[in-house]
Design a binder for this molecule. Structure first.
Ligand code: ISL
Ligand code: CA
Length: 554
């Protein structure tokens, strides 16, 4: 087990710029707003900032539909603002990673405007055009193909019709993407989070997908996720973009559907593909067919899944660790209990269990405050294209509108996109204008100002967890052994590195939970806990609701 590279002891913080801090009163977060708030992040102790897209975009999918890869959308600021942000981040000893969205562009990108202008246009083959579509459905409902009237052909879009898929079979496309990536690295950025990057290699012939339970469309994902040339493309990207660059450069692949075995190949350093991947197994355990089919979580399923990823990547490859991002509802409302008597305790338990796993933890903006899902009432409270399209399609297919709305409230991505809650004042200090998406009313209690002032807050618990990762080698480099795999209340595991061992215990329930204290652990000191005054490990232990504690022995 090697102690390098640096990102094994790093913590990444994801900023969703649109909802982070608005400096000019237009109700939309921007780059100057981020600069004004960097001390909050430096105070937390995070090492890397990952910025969701700030490039020019029609904002059909909130910036994941890019119309110019080498500029900044005026709503977020200018390239000069970006350079100021980058310098300010580096001054604080932090790194900045951009969001690379190259499975698709916006339909307003000049490349696509040329491609759609005629069948014989030199860029026609930069996208996927077919006379007849296959049966694939889009992630955002409906067909994955859109008819272009002018040319009479259909183009592929796995996401919205304003997000046409680039054709990575075309070497011109690949070289254009690599040149753009080098341009950003030459500007000084410290790497990329690569959006749905395992979709760039499609199966030859684009075969139909299986049609399931009455859907109008087939599931094409076996034919476009981790397709036949995916490793070839990522190794070519590494040669063309990252080889010879300083080792400070970080690459993270977002890979829906990726398995442990595939992730071992993607993150094996010898293969020179990516440093780590975002996988989706654990955030699918409380879902049936798709994001809005909400089921209860079984803790034993969660332990089996995360445990398998710990075992699979223990000696080769590396895990990223997350509960939250801009596509997931808030974890304290999902796997915890966001009612006021349990919110802080369950949020800090979830943080402790995740951050003590082997891998690089990612914190999504507001997670460090224990921010919760927001109270969406009616359909037009929602903004997210995925939610709005799903509602329209489900109701048109006969679903009960109230049932669909309740699924949007629980599972919709807008839950993660309500503005960052800075203080108890108007609009939580996010904007002095009209916010693009209403601030969660609970900002009066849940906000950064209150959290920083309260030593027992979620914020300070995250700060202590990050500090522990920076100072205690076993957290980053220790192996992982799951305990009590069949227990439906308690998440328990050990980490061991050289002479140091940690015992991590988390009560994933609102009821007390008895824990058999493993032999030889009695009296072990407490390293971190979410119940103040937690002492050495007693010989018999009952965890309070949502209690977490980490003990150490050497
Ligand atoms: O939200 C999902 C579908 O229900 C996720 O599967 C998500 O769409 C998928 O992981 C890819 O996400 C990324 O690409 C999308 C964008 O909408 C997401 O915000 C981004 O994280 C298209 O660019
Ligand atoms: Ca603004």
């Amino acid at each position: 087990i090697t102690e390098t590279p640096w990102w094994k002891t790093a913590v990444v913080y994801q900023i969703y710029p649109r909802s982070f801090a608005d400096s000019n009163g237009d109700g939309i977060g921007d780059l100057p707003g981020i600069i004004d708030r960097l001390d909050h992040l430096a105070g937390l102790g995070v090492d890397v900032l990952w910025l969701s897209p700030v490039y020019p975009s029609p904002q059909d999918d909130n910036g994941y539909d890019i119309s110019d890869y080498q500029d900044i959308d005026p709503v977020f600021g200018t390239l000069a603002d970006f350079d100021r942000l980058l310098a300010a981040v580096h001054e604080r000893g932090m790194k900045l990673v951009m969001d690379l969205v190259v499975n698709h562009t916006s339909d307003e990108h000049p490349w696509f405007l040329e491609s759609r202008s005629g069948r014989d246009n030199p860029k026609r083959d930069w996208y996927w055009w077919r006379a007849e579509p296959n049966n694939w459905g889009s992630f955002f409902s409906g067909s994955a193909w859109e008819l272009d009237q002018a040319s009479g052909e259909h183009y592929l879009h796995l996401f919205s019709r304003k997000q046409p898929d680039l054709n990575w079979e075309n070497p011109e496309v690949r070289q254009a993407v690599y040149a753009m990536m080098r341009w950003w690295l030459d500007r000084g950025v410290d790497g990329f989070r690569m959006d749905v990057i395992n979709a760039i290699s499609k199966a030859p012939g684009l075969p139909d997908g299986e049609v399931r339970n009455g859907s109008r469309y087939g599931d094409g994902s076996p034919h476009y996720l981790c397709g036949p040339r995916i490793h070839e493309f990522l190794q070519e990207m590494h040669r063309e973009v990252f080889a010879g660059r300083p080792e400070r450069i970080l690459t993270i692949g977002e890979m829906p559907g990726v398995t442990v075995d595939q992730a071992k190949r993607f993150t094996d350093p010898e293969r020179r593909e990516v440093d780590m991947v975002f996988q989706f197994e654990h955030v699918g355990l409380d879902r049936g067919e798709g994001r809005f089919d909400v089921r209860p979580l079984q803790l034993t399923d969660l332990k089996a899944s995360l445990g398998a990823w710990q075992d699979g990547l223990n000696s080769t490859g590396w895990n990223s660790l997350y509960w939250n991002n801009h596509d997931q509802p808030r974890i304290v409302s999902r796997f915890g209990d966001d009612r006021s008597e349990h919110r802080v305790r369950s949020a800090t338990m979830l943080a402790t269990v995740l951050h003590l796993h082997r891998g690089t933890p990612f914190i999504y903006q507001g997670e460090e405050l224990g921010m919760t899902n927001a109270p969406f009432e009616k359909l037009d409270d929602f903004r997210d294209i995925e939610s709005l399209n799903h509602y329209a399609e489900a109701v048109a297919a006969g679903a009960d509108p109230e049932q669909v709305l309740s699924a949007l409230r629980v599972a919709g991505r807008d839950n993660a996109r309500t503005p960052m809650q800075w203080d108890a004042g108007p609009n939580a200090g996010f904007t002095n204008g009209l916010s693009w998406l209403p601030v969660n009313p609970d900002h009066v209690e849940i906000n950064a100002a209150a959290a920083v002032a309260d030593p027992d807050s979620v914020y300070h618990h995250y700060r202590r967890l990050i500090d522990l990762r920076h100072t205690e080698p076993v957290v980053a480099h220790g192996d992982f052994t799951m305990l009590m795999p069949d227990d439906e209340q308690v998440y328990a595991f050990t980490r061991r590195y050289r002479a140091t061992e940690l015992l991590v215990l988390g009560n994933f329930s609102g009821s007390p939970a008895s824990v058999p204290v493993p032999a030889g652990w009695e009296g072990a000191e407490t390293v971190i806990a979410n119940v103040s005054g937690t002492g050495p490990l007693p010989s018999t232990l009952t965890l309070a609701p949502w209690e977490a504690r980490v003990h150490r022995r050497t």
